[in-house]
Design a protein around this ligand. Structure first.
Ligand code: AMP
Ligand code: GLY
Length: 414
């Protein structure tokens, strides 16, 4: 099977590793990929925003499957363009990707599907905004309705800051604050069936102790030893299966990866958000743990054939830590040289924002590398991830030192 993978981040590097490990993948191509992916796939310099160029490339290569990593091409309808031309695509249509592209749409589908989520109002006028803020009170949760690359959500006790953010967006969803630990739980769907993956936890704030600005994610781990035993089953029954049934009933089946961001509140699980693609950096801990051959799995999802599929997982823990550029997330410094990458047993360095077009390996983005360690438990996995990341030099860069720390301490105490 020939596969085209769209994207260039750490998530795509992890997917490339998973796809390549499946014997049924005979050729892997990436558009545009990155220097890390280059050791696993043939790279093609195509912009992820250019649907026509991606379609042309798929046609030239005569691939059997296209796997779309990031949300932007999905929301732009690249899956529709490819499917119309006869390709098997892992990634939802433009209509189904609205679960990520519009918070208001996601709320409507959740309401119709009976999926538990925060109560909310969608507002455009200042009077509606103020009424919604005062209905729920502090902490205020204000979400830009559209895609905002992780910058659309403000959670604050400051009513004026909440109002300012709301007025800066053309349409906002204002919702009640959900208290409780957050987890990410993904499902792989063929439009009718959905296979829940193992849960992961992501660290969204830039600095240790959950301080600092929100980011795309500074690290992640899986499994979650502290989570309820039935979390996967419960999320399947209350969230993933009803969403897939509702999307199919609307005539816009969701084929691809449905990302449920959940809060585990005292009143039970609640959906914080949906994404229409694999999470980054959660994928960098899930793929190393997944035994089920990835290329076959995603092909079966893309061709409505998941009826008999089952996921198998290694009884191992994985921890990933993001190496971020100086100034991330506000104004990341790019173009700095990255030192050689250490080879440490059971660790894997995924490229996220790098380029080697000038000969040397340079940083090109805010999140530069993601370093995953695996081990018998979270402590061992953390040790390997941190041993590897501490040996990488990139001027001004930083990483959180507390990824999976509390969970690993609690696990040892059990
Ligand atoms: P989102 O982009 O929707 O995931 O939101 C970014 C972050 O804002 C989430 O990871 C949460 O930490 C926080 N957040 C979003 N919605 C809520 C909510 N209703 N209650 C509490 N925190 C929230
Ligand atoms: N790690 C959060 C996301 O992928 O949206």
């Amino acid at each position: 099977m020939k596969i085209l993978l769209v994207g260039s981040g750490g998530r795509e590097h992890a997917l490339a590793l998973g796809l390549r490990a499946d014997k049924s993948c005979t050729e892997l191509h990436a558009a545009p990929g990155n220097p890390g992916i280059a050791s696993l796939a043939t790279l093609h310099p195509v912009a992820i925003t250019d649907n026509n160029a991606i379609l042309k490339l798929a046609q030239q290569l005569a691939v059997d499957l296209v796997v779309v990593g990031p949300e932007v091409p999905l929301v732009n309808g690249v899956s529709d363009a490819l499917r119309d031309a006869g390709f098997a695509v892992f990634g939802p249509s433009k209509a189904a990707a609205q679960l990520e592209g519009s918070k208001d749409f996601a709320k409507k589908v959740m309401r119709d599907a009976g999926v538990p989520t925060a109560r909310s109002f969608t507002c455009t006028e200042q009077s509606e905004i103020e009424m919604a803020l005062d209905t729920f009170g502090a902490p205020y949760v204000v979400k830009d309705d559209g895609l905002a690359a992780g910058k659309g959500v403000v959670v604050t006790n400051d009513r004026q800051a909440a109002l300012d953010h709301a007025l800066a967006c053309s349409r906002v969803v204002i919702e009640e604050y959900l208290a409780g630990p957050e987890i990410s739980l993904f499902g792989i769907s063929d439009g009718r069936n959905i296979l829940p993956m193992q849960p992961a936890q992501d660290f969204k704030r830039a600095y240790d102790g959950d301080e600092g600005p929100n980011t795309g994610g500074m690290g992640a781990y899986s499994p979650l030893p502290w989570a309820p035993d039935d979390i996967v089953e419960e999320t399947y029954e209350k969230v993933l299966a009803p969403m897939i049934a509702e999307m199919a009933a609307r005539g816009t089946p969701f084929v691809g990866l449905l990302y449920a961001g959940l809060a585990l509140t005292d009143d039970g699980i609640r959906v914080i958000e949906f994404n229409a693609r694999f999470g980054d950096p959660e994928t960098q801990v899930l793929i190393p743990r997944l035994i089920t051959p990835l290329a076959t799995l995603l092909y079966n999802a893309a061709t409505d054939s998941l009826d008999d599929a089952v996921l198998h997982w290694r009884d191992e823990s994985a921890v990933t830590v993001v190496l971020a550029a100086q100034g991330y997330p506000e104004s990341p410094k790019t173009g700095a040289a990255i030192s050689s990458i250490p080879a440490i047993d059971k660790s894997q360095v995924f490229h996220a924002g790098t380029s080697d077009s000038s000969g040397a390996l340079l940083s090109t983005g805010g999140r530069v590398l993601t370093v995953t360690g695996t081990g018998a438990d979270l402590t061992e996995a953390r040790d390997r991830a941190y041993r590897a990341i501490s040996q990488i030099e990139l001027e001004g860069s930083f990483y959180r030192s507390d990824i999976a720390l509390n969970a690993s301490v609690a696990e040892k105490g059990n």
